[in-house]
Design a protein around this ligand. Sequence first.
Ligand SMILES: Cc1cc2nc3c(=O)[nH]c(=O)nc-3n(C[C@H](O)[C@H](O)[C@H](O)COP(=O)(O)OP(=O)(O)OC[C@H]3O[C@@H](n4cnc5c(N)ncnc54)[C@H](O)[C@@H]3O)c2cc1C
Length: 428
Amino acid sequence: MKFDVLIVGAGPAGLHAALVATQSGARVGLVDDNARMGGQIWRQGPRHRAGGRARTVLDGLDAQVHHGNLQVLTGTRIVQALPGRQLLAEAAQGGSLLGYDKLIVASGARERFLPYPGWTLPGVTGAGGLQALIKGGMDVQGQRIVIAGSGPLLFAAAVTARAQGARVVAIVEQARAAAVRRFAMQLSSTPARLVQALRMRYDLRDTPYWLDANVTEACGEGQLTHARIRRGHEAIRVDCDRLACAYGLVPNTSLGAMLGCRIDDGVPGSEAPAIVVDTGQATSVEHVYAAGECTGVGGMELAAAEGSIAAYAALGQRERAQAQFAERERYRRFATRLHAAFALDPRLRELAAPHTTLCRCEDVAFGDVAQHRSWRDAKLHTRCGMGPCQGAICGTAASFCFGWTPGAPRPPLAPTRIGTLLEIDKAA
Ligand SMILES: Cc1cc2nc3c(=O)[nH]c(=O)nc-3n(C[C@H](O)[C@H](O)[C@H](O)COP(=O)(O)OP(=O)(O)OC[C@H]3O[C@@H](n4cnc5c(N)ncnc54)[C@H](O)[C@@H]3O)c2cc1C
């Protein structure tokens, strides 16, 4: 399969890029490893149908599929970048090679997990992870849930859980009250975000929102029964059936890094490396653009504007791209304020005990990793980061806890069938 414009990631960035690119008459491919388009915020599932802006965008793309301008490859994961502008993809039915003239990487973000005693107990997930499970059909009716960590995603996850009949016992936010208050006051410069925040706060008016607080331990024998929480100088025990805990988002740079794109420190204060792009969302690699949260976490509106700009730029329509710059700038400023308000408390580096698991794929303890000088050294001696997730979880945690820089990922990006790898022999 060969495309004029190939887009990896069908979240708001990739979907907006596809809308622009298909309208030019180009032959467009859109790949996503989820079963349906939507990405994270617009994730569709048995318990969640897309509405509002998401519905409009998805209907627009359905029309382009109908007209033959767009080929959507869902349930398809890009596992390797190959020379000659080709990507290796894997789907249930087998592997394939996807060729492109222009590539737009819109691979989004992942949740940041930090290790603390008990964080691998059944019943503990990320905040967005809980939301994704609920949208996918998991029943939480009547369950007591603590949602913890940092950032606005905690509220989004709480709203989703509550709408499905869960009792959200508390939202536990590590940021200080003054910082969060300042951030809330500045929301008037992004009215869409202000309305969303007010609506969520109203929906959750009966739910305690604890600031300057964090989970210190998830407890239970084989299954979560309660969480221990530090709130200011107080230690609190909260009984719960589920704990959803994550410390913000980090750009998913894996594919960009494998393509050789330059990666830098990302949005100031985010402690989260991101793919570097120029004003037209072009990366440092010719013919490769990047858009959305893989270039820095800033929310749906920013991702959508960047997706449109990347597609216009890839098609050489510079003026149309420029028309979106003001919107992008507005939401980049929002992103900077977001990261300043929810900057991680350095004390979170000390939550794990020496025996706490850091790499759950390879079962490596925090204390064993801590003895080493670098991520590479720790990997070679302990196998941390060498399991199925390839360090997506523990590598991010180690870079926060120890200040290490993980190296570029090695192919394949995810566990891949041998039959798929054999497709490489057919590459041009
Ligand atoms: C778990 C989670 C839940 C979130 N929920 C909310 C919410 O409720 N409200 C909110 O305001 N914000 C939410 N966010 C923030 C949200 O990510 C952004 O606001 C927005 O979705 C970013 O859009 P995007 O297009 O950049 O990336 P995404 O929406 O993340 O889309 C990227 C897509 O690329 C796919 N992908 C990545 N790598 C590959 C590959 N190698 N091969 C194939 N496909 C690939 C991913 O599976 C994903 O579908 C959430 C984030 C996460 C991580």
